[in-house]
Design a binder for this molecule. Sequence first.
Ligand code: GDP
Length: 314
Amino acid sequence: MPERRADIRNVAIIAHVDHGKTTIVDALLKQSRIFRENEQVGELILDSNPLEREKGITIMAKNAAIEHAGVRINIIDTPGHADFGGEVERVLNMADGCLLVVDAAEGPMPQTRFVLRKALELGLHPVVVINKIDRPNARPAEVLELTSDLFLELATHDYQLEFPVIYASARDGYAGTTPDIRSGDMSPLFRAILDHIPAPECDASAPFRMLVTSLLYDSYRGRIAVGRIRDGAVRPGMPIQRFAHDGAVSAFRVGQVFGFRGLDRVELESAEAGDIVAITGVPDVLIGETLAAPEVTEPLPAIALEPPAVKMTF
Ligand code: GDP
């Protein structure tokens, strides 16, 4: 039976370039005290390996996991600038909600619209962050209006129109529910995430299934498959199958299972439905393929685009 895992939130962060994704994740990490001194958080999060880029291989596994009030918030970075064969959808598909970051002076831009449309099509629950409210030319009321217009145009579910709005200066580390806030901390944003983004719904007792969303590379371990566990649990040494793009199904054994804590990868003895993990042991696995327990007979759909739950009235 599907259940909600109250101890997890899977959240995609989406924005036009330079509107402040990195700075927001940095501020949240700092305030959850996972931030380690001397660590260049921003660079670690968004720095892609140019060699891997060149090879056309995505390493969109720039996950950060932030603990707050006993809940692990997995922040999933989303590429906003380009769409490599459904990559944006696959990455968004790991999340139940999204943080839409909009610059308080610049307002919604083309990439804001591009990624928001995809997030809303996938049924994600949005939280709007109007960032950089410290800027002298900030115009938060107008920017909220422009952002609301986008939602009216792009929403696919009624609940997406009831988004909470958080005003923030990620640079200065504060956030609030009104645009006049000028001090404090990021806790209003943490609260909005916990209150408005649903915990993942999953079936921990079903056989293991995971869609491979991205790949990591390790010179020692080879290819590492990253994704959100849809059902069941995974453990090192467990037998699994790979459903390849060409229809072939082959048997493997899981090597190691990694989870994300802060910006680090940590080795786990097991992980369950709802968790985002990285798995070794399937050397030729590709993005978009399914890894599953031996008794599973069907791969997961590559992108779970769900139809609107309600007919929109506008
Ligand atoms: P990203 O491309 O969305 O990851 O954007 P970054 O987080 O790298 O931010 C882009 C630029 O905006 C950087 O120069 C940041 O220092 C700046 N920035 C981010 N947040 C704020 C903010 O709250 N206020 C101001 N004034 N600048 C900010």
